[in-house]
Design a protein around this ligand. Structure first.
Ligand SMILES: *Cc1c(COP(=O)(O)O)cnc(C)c1O
Length: 381
């Protein structure tokens, strides 16, 4: 039996490498490496794909979130509500613009923000909510938008892990005021390097985003704001144009893999498996199960049951990942926000239980069976 990695980009490259090399070498031969028609072409295609009026490409998902906050003039004195159970970038950018992240606990069914707890966290300083569509699972955007409208807040969707996911038939990134995407290689639409984008239906916001990503200039050498250099380069844009044509197919393959995992895992005791919620269609950037900690058993030497299962999987040469082992509210960098362990108990519990199994479009059925066999064996230990 061959090892099964938690993720493998080389298989995709084997399938579409010719197209990628052709697209990249056309850009290389053109001499137009920054900006130009290839980048604009990608922006138009991505706006069409997400069902938004405008797409502004940039250098990363982190920059997309940062620029989104800047474009809405969120800064010192402001508060932004988000989840502590996410990649650090979501909160990091709130701090980077000088605002304060306010963490709200999550729903253990979806690993996403617990929408019942948002209103209690709103103060007169709150300016925005950043819901994260974690692992590809969409947040109930109908409810988020209702809360935001009631309290006059901006909504910035962190779609980094959810390119193509839908809520109530609409693509994520098209429902809030701004959608932020990452094209980091392991995301559903991944570049061969860094890349990101913002989507919006508001042309005023789009103009701000374009200005800020380009040193605060609308017109060359006329600087109207303190901006940054955050561009998607033309080689990446050309590669993303190729990959965008496959995205729906890949997302469907991920959904097929998720439902096969579901069938194979549903009767196994000691774990909880993820499921689509009514109204949403996940794109399964991760397939993340919970390994339940046996009642009354504390984690000896910091090693809990999930960690032991993960180690056993490794013995079977099956890769797995822990996203995320420590929620953001209790990270050292946020010590000054005044949170303590025990404040956001669901996030803390999930950090102890989550285990992401191998998930990528090219994962084959017999490999999945191998993963499940190894998991059963690991759970029996
Ligand atoms: C990947 C990711 C980001 C950041 O994207 P980069 O392109 O790596 O900067 C932000 N938020 C979430 C939830 C992510 O998974």
């Amino acid at each position: 039996m061959n090892p099964i990695p938690s993720f493998d980009l080389s298989r995709q490259y084997k399938l579409i490498g010719d197209e990628i090399r052709t697209a990249a070498s056309e850009v290389l031969a053109s001499g137009q490496y920054i900006g130009g028609s290839v980048v604009q072409g990608f922006e138009q295609q991505f706006a069409a794909y997400t069902g938004t009026a405008e797409c502004v490409a940039c250098n990363s998902g982190t920059d997309a979130l940062f620029l989104a906050l800047r474009s809405l003039q969120i800064g010192p004195g402001d508060e932004v509500i988000t989840t502590p159970f996410t990649f650090v970038a979501t909160a990091e950018v709130i701090s980077a613009v000088g605002a304060k992240p306010v963490f709200v606990d999550i729903d253990p069914q979806t690993f996403n923000l617990d929408l019942n707890q948002i209103e209690a966290a709103i103060t007169d300083r709150t300016k925005a909510i950043i819901p994260v569509h974690l692992f590809g699972q969409p947040v109930d955007m109908t409810r988020v938008m209702t809360i935001a409208q009631t309290h006059n807040l901006w909504v910035i969707e962190d779609c980094a892990q959810a390119t193509g996911a839908t809520w109530a038939g609409q693509k994520v990134g098209s429902i809030g005021h701004i959608g932020c995407f990452s094209f980091y290689p392991t995301k559903n639409l991944g570049a061969c390097g860094d890349g990101g984008a913002m989507t919006t239906n508001d042309s005023g916001i789009a103009a701000q985003l374009r200005m800020l990503r380009d040193h605060g200039q609308k017109q060359r050498y006329m600087y109207e704001a303190i901006g940054v250099n955050s561009r998607l380069d033309a080689v990446q844009a050309a590669i993303l144009q190729v990959k965008l044509r496959y995205l729906e197919t890949w997302n469907i393959q991920r959904q097929t893999i998720a439902s096969r995992y579901h069938d194979l895992l549903q009767s196994i005791a000691g774990i909880v498996i993820p499921q689509d919620i009514a109204g949403g269609q996940s794109v399964w950037n991760q397939y993340t199960i919970r390994v339940l900690q046996p009642q009354g058993e504390s984690a000896p030497q910091g090693q809990n049951r999930r960690d032991r299962v993960r180690q056993q999987l490794q013995q079977h040469q099956v890769g797995s990942m822990v996203y995320y082992p420590k929620p953001l509210h209790i990270q050292p960098v946020y010590a000054d926000l005044g949170y303590w362990t025990g404040d956001l108990t669901i996030s803390e519990q999930m950090a102890q239980e989550v285990l992401s199994l191998p998930m990528f479009p090219e994962l084959e059925a017999d490999q999945q069976e191998q993963v499940v066999y190894a998991l059963k064996d690991s759970l029996a230990h």
